[in-house]
Design a protein around this ligand. Structure first.
Ligand SMILES: Nc1nc2c(ncn2[C@@H]2O[C@H](COP(=O)(O)OP(=O)(O)OP(=O)(O)O)[C@@H](O)[C@H]2O)c(=O)[nH]1
Ligand SMILES: [Mg+2]
Length: 294
């Protein structure tokens, strides 16, 4: 049987639904999702293998103007991944049409040699005439021969998109073992699931100031995993917010995160969470290296 396999890099502004779409195509949660912009910080490869076709979806941070070493690394990662992929999938938010940020990204993509496909996401939020309007705006970006209206949340329109992406990857051996769904090491997956619960419960600058590091994973029994994780914040007041009055916030984060870790690991989980202040961690190159953000 001849196989096809290749990399599809997702580009788009923060919060348009790139990670939700990668999860929908892979069929399981490989990337965390939140309603806060700049959720994704690393390039995450999500793998979908169906019959003789393997698509490697490269989820990327939303394209934005860098503000510090963290966001500088995120943007240079986006450019490097786009250059190395077989195709780029530009994701737009149908509710917002095509704005200046989208035009900037379209410009980047039009100068790259890879084929571009556009997914106009979140059509579940719109009536038909508004969807048509969003598709016209997408077309006006002048990149991409194919435009797909989709909802990553409901799955509407995702199957034809997958089928088209399959025509863009070359014949060749699978790039990942068929049983794999992601390239992320376990300690990163676990840390991200904890961070997702922090993002759900925090606002304004706090989500951007939080990073989670898993320090230790032990399996004393087949049905029990001990996970020790550290939540980094930048200021004492953020630490206070995350701990909450009488520890209520950190308990809520811990309870919700533990459920997610149990789902991921398939065992009972004991989660030991601590909150630490590290001023300016977003500019700390050594810490970013250790966190795998490169
Ligand atoms: N209604 C609706 N909401 C969606 C859809 N896709 C994503 N969302 C929501 O949009 C928000 C952002 O989704 P993400 O997948 O985290 O977006 P992203 O593009 O990966 O964002 P960054 O990682 O910050 O660049 C979340 O609240 C999602 O639940 C969709 O098809 N319909
Ligand atoms: Mg994302």
């Amino acid at each position: 049987m001849s196989t096809r396999s290749g990399f599809i890099a997702l580009a788009g502004r923060p919060n348009v639904g790139k990670s939700t779409l990668v999860n929908a195509i892979v069929g399981r949660k490989v990337a965390i999702v939140s309603d806060k912009p700049q959720t994704t910080r690393r390039a995450i490869r999500g793998v979908s293998t169906v019959d003789d076709m393997q698509l490697v979806l490269v989820d990327l941070p939303g394209v934005q103007r860098p503000r510090d070493e963290l966001t500088r690394r995120m943007q240079s990662r986006v450019e490097a991944e786009l250059a190395q992929s077989d195709a780029a999938l530009l994701v737009l938010n149908a509710e917002q049409g095509a704005g200046a940020g989208d035009r900037f990204i379209a410009g980047l993509l039009s100068r790259s040699p890879v084929p571009v496909v556009i997914a106009v996401n979140k059509v579940d939020r719109l009536r038909r005439p508004a969807v048509v309007q969003a598709l016209l705006e997408a077309e006006s970006l002048g990149v991409g021969d194919h435009i797909f209206p989709i909802s990553a949340r409901t799955g509407e329109g995702v199957a034809p998109l997958i089928e088209h992406l399959g025509t863009l990857v070359p014949e060749g051996p699978f790039l990942f073992p068929v049983e794999d769904s992601s390239d992320q090491p376990q300690w990163v997956i676990l840390a991200e699931l904890v961070r997702e619960q922090v993002l759900r419960r925090t606002f304004q600058e706090v989500p951007h100031s939080v990073e989670v590091q898993v320090e230790d994973v032990e399996t004393p029994r087949d049905d029990l995993t001990l996970v020790k994780a550290r939540v980094w914040v930048e200021t004492e007041s953020q630490k206070g917010i995350l701990i909450g009055s009488g520890g209520s916030m950190i308990r809520a984060i811990g309870t919700a995160a533990r459920k997610e870790l149990q789902r991921e690991l398939g065992t009972q989980v004991h989660l030991d969470l601590s909150v630490r202040v590290r001023r300016g961690w977003r500019g700390d190159e050594r810490l970013l290296d250790r966190l795998g953000i490169d």
